[in-house]
Design a protein around this ligand. Structure first.
Ligand code: ZN
Length: 440
């Protein structure tokens, strides 16, 4: 793993309207020392901190830069802060300017170092994920045996890449990551623990997903492809439901983000898509599902499944996806190897078609399709398991590059840059796709 450094940065900040505590303050200079894996993550932590304490960043005075103890040897306060950061991961010091000249600066003094224990907040919120319910469209009182459902099937898929029943994964390690000063750890975990959620009863899980749990995928079988999407959409709904409960009930979340409006919107939008998918299932409208599969005859190295709303295509064009069209993607085992499958419902055609067209065009034009898809996957999906053989075969620098990308996507506060699918992670996956199938 990459070594942590101490990043130093400096901002001018102003209190927001909601900030009651420091309403005498005109602005402040904030000095931050953060022990972390890289510059982007240091910035994310700073943004989250300011958000939590209701400050807006007015100006960045010093970009995050790596510092050593020697840099502060002549500055007592700086040295003190450096040492706090070394021990506690973060140290912050404010110099404030009062709004009115007659307010003594004592009255607007801020705490110089702040308790920033995100991992505790996450633990507090975790209890909500233990309350399960069946998400099958026919769910009723009889769904009494809620199981730990897998969002990715164990037998046919995870076991294919596992070594002694284990895979490398990031999805369960957010707690470790926070403990490790917010840099990601990829850990070997048992496949029985990977990507589970309490979103189905035993009967419905068995009945519904039988066609994909016990069979290889035929990349022209639209029902199989639909079931992959349905399963991961249900997992996403479950996660959003838990998040909403957390935001509405856990004190720390309320403090951090103030209100849950945004979370409610995300949840409502997911539910809107879920209803459409329920309808497809109920009425067997499988022909309303679009898909494209990229087929490889090599061994599967990474297993994944996720849903998302595309904002930018593969050429960095804005998609104006105001309806939050939903695209899902999964790895699926096939007779010859495996496939990277995208699918969506026709009601999400507008953005999804553009997104897929840009992928195909770039793949044909100048880029290696394997690199494009790998980059997309690493930047879009937490629900990923790496084959230990593949992960350990990577150079340390390649592992670090992947960890860095994943650390960034796990931070909620940073906006996706429009060119995020243009660069990074080339030549790592060695993925090779020989053919494709689609119904577009
Ligand atoms: Zn059920």
């Amino acid at each position: 793993m990459m070594e942590d450094n101490i990043y130093y940065m400096k901002f001018t900040v102003t209190p927001t309207k909601e900030n009651q505590e420091y309403n005498n303050m005109k602005e402040a200079t904030a000095f931050l020392w953060i022990k972390i894996i890289d510059k982007e993550s240091a910035l994310n932590i700073a943004f989250l901190h300011f958000k939590k304490y209701d400050f807006l960043i007015k100006e960045s005075l010093v970009e995050p830069s790596i510092v050593n103890k020697e840099d502060f040897i002549t500055k007592a306060k700086g040295l003190e802060m450096f040492e706090v950061a070394e021990k506690e991961g973060i140290a912050i010091y404010y110099v404030a300017v009062a709004k009115h000249k007659d307010v003594p600066s004592d009255e607007i003094r801020l705490n110089s170092s702040v308790d920033f224990n995100l991992s505790e907040h996450i633990l507090e919120g975790k209890k909500f994920s233990n309350e399960g319910r069946c998400l099958h469209y026919k769910a009723d009182d009889r769904c009494d045996e809620i199981i730990k459902a897998h969002s990715i099937q164990n037998k046919g898929l995870l076991s294919k890449i596992a070594r002694k029943g284990k895979v490398y994964s990031v999805s369960d390690s957010i707690g470790d990551m926070i403990k490790n000063n917010d840099s990601i750890i990829l850990k070997e975990i048992g496949i029985n623990k990977f990507s589970i959620f309490k979103g189905f009863c035993k009967k419905h899980d068995n009945e519904l997903f039988e066609p994909i749990d016990n069979n290889l995928v035929v990349t022209t079988d639209i029902k199989q492809i639909f079931l992959y999407s349905y399963r991961i959409l249900c997992k996403e709904i479950f996660i959003q439901e838990v998040a909403l409960k957390q935001w509405e009930n856990v004190e720390a979340y309320k403090n951090l983000f103030r209100d849950s409006t945004e979370q409610k919107e995300v949840y409502n939008r997911m539910n809107y898509h879920k209803k459409i998918y329920d309808d497809v299932l109920k009425n067997k409208y499988y022909e309303d599902i679009r898909y494209i599969s990229f087929n490889s005859n090599e061994a599967l190295s990474i297993v994944f499944s996720s849903v998302f709303s595309p904002d930018y295509d593969f050429n960095a064009n804005y998609l104006d996806n105001e309806n939050q069209d939903l695209l899902s993607f999964s790895s699926a085992p096939t007779k010859d190897g495996w496939s990277f499958i995208f699918s969506w419902h026709k009601s999400s055609d507008k953005s999804c078609l553009k997104f897929i067209e840009s992928l195909i065009k770039r793949g044909e034009r100048d880029d290696n399709l394997g690199d494009l898809l790998f980059r997309f996957l690493m930047k879009s999906c937490e629900n990923t398991a790496f084959s230990p053989i593949f992960w350990e075969s990577l150079e340390l620098s390649e592992q670090n590059e992947i960890s860095k990308v994943i650390t960034n996507i796990l931070h909620p506060s940073i906006a996706i840059p429009r060119d995020y699918l243009q660069k990074d992670l080339s030549g790592i996956s060695k993925w090779n796709f020989k053919t494709k199938n689609h119904n577009l």
